[in-house]
Write a protein that binds this ligand. Structure first.
Ligand code: NDP
Length: 258
């Protein structure tokens, strides 16, 4: 082993390009921030241009944004092709964009269910398949799905959301059987309660509800978007080169404490 190999930082993402969907807010922004700190160049997407503009100002020079609605199936091939041609080869894909729908099963319409599945599952598959076309050819890549604790356990009033997140585990499992020989790794992160707009909205910013939830977290406090970012950096780095097919809970022990 020479000196360079010995001093190589296996957690560095220097020279890598990451695509983070929904990277303008909350967990996506936390992931983008952690990637930039680890040396990666980052492309963030979302539907609202002003949100993405603000995020890029915050993230600095090594980031660009593309306005994109992930449910627009027709736009996915050109989104990926344009990034590949104009920015660079996508080494890391983080499927973070997602929506929540809170309602009892009996009050959830087919349309509500379809909308959640469209954003949180079908779009994830379409974008993953498109990015993987390039990654499989290059025989290198890391794909991360942002799942949820709600996909691991039965939780009331999240029938559509929980179903979409559980299905991501099936997607990870299936893709691992097909992509691994091409050195494309596929993993998921299952965040617990992370302080973001989605979380605050989901509990109606209710202090009593916040206190109840805190009691269910073994570490006794909520997570922050950067906690998910650090896990995503690890899973995308050389340090995780032999890790594929895992669903990693990042939840302060909430799932163990459930
Ligand atoms: P936010 O609501 O802050 O972020 C969601 C992001 O997704 C936004 O940037 C939004 O941007 C983007 N998005 C939503 N729909 C689309 C779409 N159709 N096309 C493109 N972008 C879209 O919530 P979080 O940061 O909390 O959530 C991020 C991920 O983490 C989600 O997948 C969520 O399920 C997951 N998660 C969150 C937890 C939490 O406690 N916060 C817990 C477990 C999982 P825009 O509206 O501009 O399009």
């Amino acid at each position: 082993m020479n000196r360079n190999q010995m001093s190589k930082n296996v957690f560095s993402l220097e020279g890598k390009l990451a695509l983070v969907t929904g990277g303008g807010t909350g967990i996506g922004l936390g992931i983008a921030q952690a990637f930039v700190k680890a040396g990666a160049q980052v492309v963030i997407t979302g539907r609202r241009e002003y949100v993405l503009q603000q995020a890029v100002e915050q993230l600095g020079n090594n980031t660009v944004y593309v306005v994109n609605d992930i449910t627009d199936k027709e736009a996915i091939p050109s989104l990926v092709a344009e990034i590949e041609q104009n920015v660079g080869a996508i080494n890391i894909l983080v499927n973070n964009a997602g929506i929540h729908h809170k309602a009892m099963a009996q009050d959830t319409s087919d349309e509500d269910f379809e909308r959640v599945i469209q954003t949180n599952l079908l779009s994830v598959f379409s974008l993953t398949r498109e990015c993987a076309k390039y990654m499989l050819e290059r025989k290198s890549g890391s794909i991360i799905m942002i799942g949820s604790m709600a996909g691991l356990f039965g939780i009331d009033r999240v029938v559509a959301y929980g179903s979409s997140k559980t299905a991501l585990t099936g997607l990870v499992n299936a893709l691992v059987t097909e992509y691994s020989t091409s050195n494309v790794r596929v993993n998921a992160i299952a965040p617990g309660w992370i302080e973001s707009k989605m979380f605050i909205n989901a509990i109606n910013n209710d202090p009593e509800r916040k206190a109840q939830i805190t009691n269910r977290i073994a570490m006794d406090h909520f997570g922050q978007p950067e906690d998910i970012g650090h896990a995503a950096v690890f899973l995308s780095s050389e340090a995780a080169r032999y890790i594929t097919g895992v669903v990693l809970p990042v939840d302060g022990g909430a799932t163990v404490n459930f």
